[in-house]
Design a protein around this ligand. Structure first.
Ligand code: PEP
Ligand code: MG
Length: 605
């Protein structure tokens, strides 16, 4: 924090949406996730050399990635499939791309991302005029290589080399691919232009206790790496170049709280379910995506892993992880889960989780080739993951392993996946490999899955209610777009009726249903979920103690009555008001005002 006192730039303030707690100060580490448009930034003379260095590092990192991918592809698919990466590697030595970019940075004094974009656009115009079809089509390769360089400009090698003791990550949008590469020991805070309460960066920030503010519009464009910054997640305020006087006003946290704060430590004993005052047991499980979160699983008393977001492995392995790497990862998750078992979600790629440099951008990714659709379309990817799950289930640990299919929108999705699971099981047995039993579940996240829940329940062993996506798709509100955050209403009657309908279908078919979206981690929303009949909740591990505390202070029967009232509401305003008044008045000690839904400032009719 040495730069703060000597800061001479004028203070600038932003107000965004705080998605976790705490205040932190540090130095900006500006990363580019390749998610949004590239902005132009003008650099001073002394910043040029650093920018050139940054660009060269990104090119070298891209080269390393391509060499690794080429080697892996050669081993797995044969040399003739690996040759396309030679073309990409050659482009990294192409003067018209690399040297031209460096010259542009020097002459125009711009940031590397902008220079790459301008030079590439010129190159693509030249390609478009080529008569030869084959050569003209190489423009797709140029685009691909450029996307890789742009990602690398904010990617692993850059992060590893530039992360300081007090880094505040500033991004346009924090994608899972970038988050997975961070060393959280050095991350003080996150601040991003886009994002919402249920963005994955927000979920992880809450899980690890890192202050985070999203929806900051143009902070990324204005901030420079090394600038001093304060992030207050409680109020959503972000101050760039804070004056010493401003700095003093913040209650800055120097280090993240140790895990022991308020937690229930279970040690080696298995965690117990929470119990309401009228004796209803509620299982509390953990959602995990990164190693950094594993410590919290036992520590906070989770009953196993209710959701393992396996797609984060793609970021760690720079693409599809090998079968053996997956077996290792899933075996670790199973060991961590203990007797209560683990649920591995098949790769939920696409949508806001895109991290595939090789995939063309979709016009409407949330409605595109996402999740189970991606898996079914790329059958070799699905088969590899299934084999890894079956092998991990057969490791002799006698811990139940479940596999859940993300974003099922039709029963056929389940039937196709089940057929592939059965085929891979037979193949493994024929190869003499161990193959364990897995239960197969469907994530209920889209309206069509809700409305066919009774039939779907007869085809699967369990349901997982992904309320983050359910709210997104039921209300047609992009979960990562802060412009529509006011329409993202988890207590909207349509959402509550969908949850009620799904839980009723699960009970009728006598299959378990776990609610694993962010709603489960908020005591007020968890109360409503329990009232709707949920008996199994999975959440970021750090939230378990507060949800457990809430459950042990309420009667499930009273929750049922209040949830029934919510189901009768006509608007989200009404159901939120009802929850605010009932919970706030009946249990003020369990639900202090800051834990209740706030009155929204939308225009009322
Ligand atoms: C959800 O959609 O609620 C969910 C649990 O999955 P994700 O947040 O990873 O989409
Ligand atoms: Mg989801």
């Amino acid at each position: 924090m040495s730069t703060r006192e000597s800061n001479t730039k004028a203070e600038e303030r932003w107000r965004g949406l705080g998605v976790s707690d705490g205040v932190a100060a540090g130095q900006v580490l500006r990363i580019h996730t390749g998610a949004r448009s590239v902005y132009r930034a003008t650099l001073t003379e002394i910043e040029i050399e650093r920018e050139l260095q940054r660009f060269r590092e990104a090119v070298e990192s891209s080269r390393k990635q391509l060499e690794e991918i080429k080697e892996r592809t050669g081993k797995e698919l044969g040399a003739k499939h690996a040759y396309i990466f030679d073309a990409h590697l050659l482009m990294l030595d192409d003067r018209s791309l690399i040297q031209a970019t460096e010259t542009y940075i020097r002459q125009e004094h711009t940031n590397a991302e902008w220079a790459v974009r301008v030079v590439t656009d010129r190159l693509l115009v030249a390609y478009a005029q080529i008569k030869d079809d084959y050569l003209r089509e190489r423009s797709a390769d140029v685009e691909d290589v450029v996307r890789r360089i742009l990602t690398a400009l904010g990617g692993e090698s850059f992060l590893k080399r530039h992360l300081t003791e007090d880094s505040v990550i500033v991004a346009e949008e924090l994608l899972p691919s970038a988050i997975a590469e961070l060393d959280f020991a050095h991350v003080r805070a996150f601040a991003s232009d886009a994002g919402g309460w249920t963005s994955h960066a927000a979920i992880i920030a809450r899980g690890l206790g890192i202050p985070a503010v999203v929806g900051l519009r143009d902070l990324h464009r204005r901030a420079r790496t090394g600038d001093s910054i304060v992030v207050d997640a409680g109020t959503g305020l972000v101050v760039l170049h804070p004056s010493p006087a401003t700095f003093k006003q913040f209650d800055v946290r120097e280090a993240r709280p140790a895990l022991s704060n308020g937690a229930i430590t279970t040690g080696e004993t298995e965690a117990q379910p929470a119990r309401t005052l009228d004796g209803v047991e509620i299982a509390l499980r953990a959602n995990v995506e990164l190693r950094a979160e594993y410590e919290g699983v036992r520590h906070y008393g989770a009953q196993g892993i209710g959701l393992y977001r396996s797609e984060f492995l793609w970021s760690l392995h720079n693409g599809i992880p090998s079968e053996d790497d997956q077996v290792k990862a899933y075996t670790e998750v199973v060991a961590l889960a203990g007797a209560a078992g683990a649920t591995i979600r098949l790769f939920d790629l696409g949508g806001d989780k895109a991290g595939l440099a090789e995939t063309d951008a979709e016009r409407n990714p949330a409605l595109g080739l996402r999740a189970i659709r991606f898996c079914l379309q790329h059958e070799e990817v699905l088969r590899r993951q299934i084999r890894a799950c079956l092998r991990a289930a057969g490791t002799g640990m006698s811990v139940p392993l479940k596999v859940v299919l993300p974003m099922v929108s039709d029963i056929t999705d389940v039937r196709r996946a089940r057929r592939i699971i059965n085929e891979e099981c037979e193949r493994l047995k024929a190869e003499g490999a161990t193959c364990g039993e897995v239960k197969i579940g469907a994530m209920i996240e889209v309206p069509s899955a809700v409305l066919t829940a009774h039939a779907l329940a007869r085809e699967v062993d369990f349901f997982s209610l992904g309320t983050n996506d359910l709210v997104q798709y039921m209300l047609a509100v992009d979960r990562g777009n802060d412009d529509v955050a006011a329409w993202f209403r988890s207590l909207h009657p349509a959402v509550l009726r969908s949850i009620d309908y799904t839980l009723t279908a699960a009970r009728a078919a006598a299959i378990p249903a776990v609610v694993c979206g962010e709603m489960a981690s908020s005591p007020a929303y968890a109360f409503v979920l329990i009232g709707l009949g949920a008996r199994d909740l999975s959440m970021t591990a750090a939230a378990i103690p507060r949800v457990r505390r809430m459950i042990s202070g309420i009667h499930a029967e009273r929750a049922r009555q209040i949830a029934a009232e919510c189901l009768q509401c006509e608007t989200a305003d009404d159901s939120e008001e009802l929850v605010r008044t009932r919970l706030g008045e009946e249990w003020p000690q369990l639900f202090p005002p800051e834990t209740l839904p706030t009155a929204k400032e939308m225009d009322r009719i």
